[in-house]
Ligand binder design. Structure first.
Ligand code: NAD
Ligand code: TYD
Length: 353
């Protein structure tokens, strides 16, 4: 079992990173360094509860900025890096791929170089954990699963940029013996997810009684996992994962998009004391996403058998936790959607990038 003193998290103000930092802050005594550029998807207010704690440090840094990244690495000397920072939304990657190439590929390369430099004399017990996605494996038809051995076949600029970063991470292991692990996870849901992804977008539109845009025939399938189960798996990997290995993480919970939207409509109707079908009138089938992957489904036997990981949450419980969080945090939704939050960042953090 590895032990660390200082864990550096990239992208800790985004959806999964925020949940990860809160989780390890509670569960460990690590010094935690959060580096994040605070793009539209990063919200520093998510971590307001711990911002003044003496073992938590925030640095506004773009991971493509080698000079700044190196100086942060020298300053804190992390012995573990957990790399979440990315451009993460497929639709945005279709309309503007460049940021995805920059952050996901060049940013990952920049971090790998900084880690190689920092640990050049002794990399024993150190670890660079790279967070990736099941989307690198491409699209499945009605049957079959993604295994760690499945050939990469990315289709969107997002998944291609993540696939590229995975390959570079693996190259640093084989070429330079950099101690790395990689995880490829299925679709996450939970608190703090930016309301552009399916679940929080639908919840926030239902709250506002706006249209619920379902792409194509709505029969595309995703394998949904609660964010805390993902983060628990990441902890298992950084403690016990074999260096150089990839671990798939999945929810074993395949749901079509239209079924998911119907579930959300019904659950919100019940919470808001409306008729069961009240919100379903908002569902609108719209033009399909370009190159829309049909089905994702993860086989995660490896992490279960090798590291003893298992999910703690069933879908019904975790989706209720998620919906309740958005219902109780309407101001957060307004802030990130309206641009108010970005204005606040520019006022308060404009000099620090
Ligand atoms: P997110 O978009 O919510 O957050 C990304 C974070 O990275 C933000 O805080 C943003 O400010 C930061 N960031 C972006 N560009 C940066 C840069 N150049 N320098 C520094 N910081 C930068 O993303 P998420 O959903 O939390 O995803 C986190 C990671 O998990 C990503 O690597 C993603 O590919 C992976 N992943 C996500 C899912 C999912 O369902 N959300 C599933 C599997 C894997
Ligand atoms: P998304 O949350 O963007 O995740 P990903 O594309 O990375 O899997 O989308 C999940 C599924 O929901 C995907 O099949 C696209 C679909 N979708 C819609 O039908 N309508 C929407 O408004 C969005 C954002 C997604």
């Amino acid at each position: 079992m590895r032990k660390f003193d200082t864990v550096l998290v990239t992208g800790g103000c985004g959806f999964i990173g925020t949940n990860f930092i809160k989780y390890i802050f509670d569960k460990t005594n690590y010094k935690i360094i959060n580096i994040d550029a605070l793009t539209y998807a990063g919200n520093i207010k998510n971590l307001i509860d711990i911002e003044n704690k003496d073992r938590y440090f925030f640095e506004r840094v773009n991971i493509c900025d080698a000079k700044k990244v190196n100086s942060i690495f020298e300053k804190y000397k992390p012995d573990c890096i957990v790399h979440f920072a990315a451009e993460s939304h497929v639709d945005r990657s279709i309309f503007g791929p460049k940021d995805f190439i920059d952050t996901n590929i060049i940013g990952t390369f920049t971090l790998l170089e900084a880690a190689r430099n920092l640990w050049k004399d002794n990399a024993n017990g150190k670890l660079f954990h790279h967070i990736s996605t099941d989307e690198v494996y491409g699209s499945l038809s009605d049957t079959g699963y993604f295994y760690e051995t499945t050939a990469y076949d990315p289709r969107s600029p997002y998944s291609a940029s993540k696939a590229s970063s995975d390959h570079i991470v693996k190259a640093y292991y084989h070429t330079y013996n950099l101690p790395v692990t990689i995880s490829n996870c299925s679709n996450n849901y939970g608190p703090y997810q930016f309301p552009e992804k399916l679940i929080p977008l639908m919840i926030s539109n239902i709250i506002e009684e706006k249209d619920l845009p379902v792409y194509g025939d709505g029969k595309n399938i995703r394998d949904w996992i609660f964010v805390e189960d993902h983060n628990n798996a990441v902890l298992d990997i950084i403690y016990k994962g074999r260096v150089g290995e990839t671990y798939n993480i999945g929810g074993e919970n395949e749901i079509t998009n239209i079924d998911m939207v119907n579930i959300l409509c019904e659950k919100l109707a019940s919470k808001m004391n409306k008729d069961k079908d009240y919100y379903k009138r908002l569902i609108k089938f719209v033009k399909d996403r370009a190159g829309h992957d049909r089905r994702y489904a993860i086989n995660c036997d490896k992490i279960k058998k090798e590291l003893g990981w298992k999910r703690q949450y069933d879908f019904n419980t975790a989706i209720d936790i998620t919906i309740d969080w958005y219902l109780n945090n309407k101001e957060w939704i307004y802030d990130v959607k309206s641009g108010e939050y970005q204005k606040w960042i520019e006022l308060n953090y404009s000099n620090s990038l």
